[in-house]
Design a protein around this ligand. Sequence first.
Ligand SMILES: [Fe+2]
Ligand SMILES: [Fe+2]
Length: 220
Amino acid sequence: MASHPTLQVIYDEHGALSAVLRSIGLLLSEHRRRGSLPDFTVLRAMLFYIDEFPERIHHTKESELLFPCIRARSAEAAEVLDRLDADHAHSALAVRELEHELLAVEMMHEGPDGAARRAHFEHAMDAYISGYLEHIRTEERVVLPLAEKVLTPADWAELDAAFMRNRDPLTHRAGDDAYRPLFKRILMTAAAPIGLGPAMEAMRGSYRARGTAAATHTRT
Ligand SMILES: [Fe+2]
Ligand SMILES: [Fe+2]
């Protein structure tokens, strides 16, 4: 378990997001290899999830709460934090663009530029996935250890209260009922062995190994 609830929430949310990103990459490369069309329903559901939670809630909590707190206590990672804030602003727009491009592939794949649209979408998706996984690695290797070093108990009390609200429902069992159908769709529609199923199984295995029902953190 992480030393503060805020850190555990961040690790858990990174774990869920990493699993979804990797599943999208595996799904696309498997269909590319087979020369078949991917399951658009599950891809749309996974991109919608990324737009709805990591982009709107996870990033907002980092950029508006955690990063300002760290900046107030130390200038050590100022440039890294600026870069991560810029990533947050950029990737919120990028995921919207990807959602549109995916829809274009689904609607237009039989047209004369269908192959080009698909190649463009897959290239942009791969860049988004690798950029995001690198972003997560930087936060876990640089930012979170610095937070542990410089934040005060009062800082943590404030952050913990905020981070325990609006948690990503993919990371804990008491999720928001409104989103249950979305997550069921993601978990059930993705075809094994390339869907989200294996990733979630791996995460469940990591819960059991750590003896907690709530944590889904899989470090990248
Ligand atoms: Fe971030
Ligand atoms: Fe993050």
